[in-house]
Design a protein. Structure first.
Length: 310
């Protein structure tokens, strides 16, 4: 069915992927990045969005820097909570649906098993609290709106943990990652396909969890990325990710929850779709995006040396 989709936050990791992937599938999609729509400027939001005719608005924009949110909670709540209320109201007035992206950081991480949508949130940080505020503001406007919680987002449009760990292993003899914090990676290209199933189902409102399946620590996530990179012939200086403790991360300003895997059971029940395991998605991403990038920059840096090790 033809429908018009607006993507707010189209300059970010997930928003850019949705704009490109949905456009390639023939969806009528219009993106706003930060320069064209500032979620700190509510009158400007009305000015840009009120004149438009659309059926669904997907909000991927957020202040996502967890420590910055802790230091600057006013900005966090303005962008992650109050602006969401404004978007939700603009959509409701048009009878459009607002699909808003949220986070596993709304939970305190003490449950010990994967979180369902009905579990009580209890954020430990200003980021988590501001995102929870956004969900509540959204659903207070309309129960047709949908908050989709994702976790550990990675993909080709903006570097994240997986890009950084491979880059470090290409440059350094030792790499480390936290081994006592557990969550689930979410691949933006998988999310693009799976979120479209939610766009297709306007009767689904409320809260939904959506990530790849399984769970891992940051260390396991990084180790799998290095295993994939090594198998593809990347000239890594180390192939092992050493463990770090969350408590040793003295640079962290905000508290992080230690165990926040999200259950996809509700998503699967309602859509009939099961996201693939995170390991497959990471392998796909390393093979299709990171390895070609790394090999071409190695070849450029060393024109006389073959890029692949034997
Ligand atoms: N990244 C993760 O691991 C993760 C985990 C759980 C949940 N999530 C949620 O998933 C969603 C998408 O995350 P992502 O990884 O795509 O994040 P991202 O790459 O940081 O993208 C967020 C976008 O929002 C924009 N933005 C920030 N402040 C803004 C403002 N005042 N007005 C307009 N735009 C503004 C950013 O602009 P700039 O480009 O100028 O910074 C950026 O383009 C967010 O809701 C996030 O909370 C992310």
């Amino acid at each position: 069915m033809p429908r018009a989709i607006v993507i707010v936050g189209s300059g970010g990791r997930l928003g850019a992927a949705l704009l490109r992937e949905w456009g390639a599938r023939g969806e009528q999609v219009l993106g706003f990045d930060r320069a064209s729509l500032d979620l700190g400027d509510f009158p400007a939001m009305h000015e840009r969005l009120d004149p438009l005719d659309f059926d669904v608005l997907v909000n991927c924009a957020a202040q996502t820097n967890v420590d910055r949110c802790e230091r600057e909670p006013e900005e966090a709540f303005r962008v992650n909570s109050s602006a969401v209320a404004t978007l939700a109201e603009i959509c409701a007035r048009k009878k459009a649906r607002c699909i808003h992206l949220s986070t596993d950081y709304v939970f305190d991480g003490t449950k010990g098993t994967p979180y369902d949508e009905d579990d009580a949130p209890n954020p430990l940080s200003q980021y988590g609290a501001s995102k929870l505020g956004g969900e509540r503001a959204l659903l207070a406007v309309s129960d047709r709106h949908l908050a989709v919680r994702v976790s550990w987002v990675f993909g080709p449009d903006r570097a994240s943990f997986v890009d950084q760990i491979i880059q470090r292993a290409l440059e350094q003899d030792r790499v480390e990652a936290i081994a006592d914090k557990v969550s689930v990676p979410t691949y933006t290209l998988d999310a693009a396909r799976l979120l479209l199933a939610l766009v297709d189902r306007p009767e689904i409102g409320g809260i939904m969890h959506l990530c790849n399946t399984g769970e891992c620590t940051w260390q396991e996530y990084g180790q799998h990325a290095l295993d994939c990179a090594a198998a593809l012939g990347l000239p890594l200086r180390t192939r092992v990710v050493e463990p770090l403790k969350l408590a040793d991360m003295k640079g962290f300003v905000a508290r992080r929850p230690v165990y926040t895997p999200l259950s996809n059971a509700k998503f699967t029940e309602l859509t009939g779709l099961t996201p693939r395991p995170w390991k497959e998605s990471v392998e796909d991403y390393v093979r299709t995006t990171l390895a070609p990038r790394a090999l071409s920059s190695t070849a450029t840096a060393n024109p006389d040396r073959p890029a692949r090790s034997s």
